[in-house]
Design a protein around this ligand. Structure first.
Ligand SMILES: [Zn+2]
Length: 145
């Protein structure tokens, strides 16, 4: 066997001798590697946990910045606080056609004013409730690219 074909132990990276299908040099290396692997996978957060965590964070941030119920704020201020506009619970569209995203009762929509990226923050009102019912979109449909 030449050097390039020499199999190395998955745990300690030393050359393996003996049976062709061996991937560890011994039982110690095998259990050591599997223990480490299980520790790593336990540390990883599931997608569900990550989204739940960001939703909580987004809600706290919006609540903090929107004490009056309607606020205009610089985009940079929200993002610096750790806000992620991609994580939200639902949409609501105003009569004017402004589409707000909500994190539960905290609503937000980005816009440009005097070349500055801003957000308008609103809070959920009872009259918005009917839009929570599922129905076909009135708006233009997306084109699948
Ligand atoms: Zn080994």
């Amino acid at each position: 066997m030449n050097k390039e074909n020499q199999k190395l132990c998955k745990a300690c990276a030393k050359p393996i001798f003996g049976r062709k299908d061996k991937i560890y040099c011994d039982a110690y290396c095998r259990s050591n590697f599997q223990y480490k692997k299980s520790k790593i996978s336990k540390g990883k957060k599931s997608l569900h946990e990550k989204i739940a965590k960001q939703l909580r964070k987004n809600k706290q941030i919006l609540k903090k910045f929107n004490k009056s119920g309607k606020t205009i704020i610089q985009e940079s201020e929200l993002l610096t606080a750790g806000f992620n506009p991609s994580i939200f619970t639902h949409y609501w569209e105003s009569k004017k056609g402004n589409q707000y995203r909500f994190v539960y009762e905290q609503g937000f929509m980005n816009f440009i004013e005097k070349n500055k990226a801003k957000y308008i923050l609103i809070t959920w009102q009872e009259y918005m409730e009917p839009q929570l019912k599922a129905k076909p979109s009135k708006r233009t449909y997306n084109k699948l690219k």
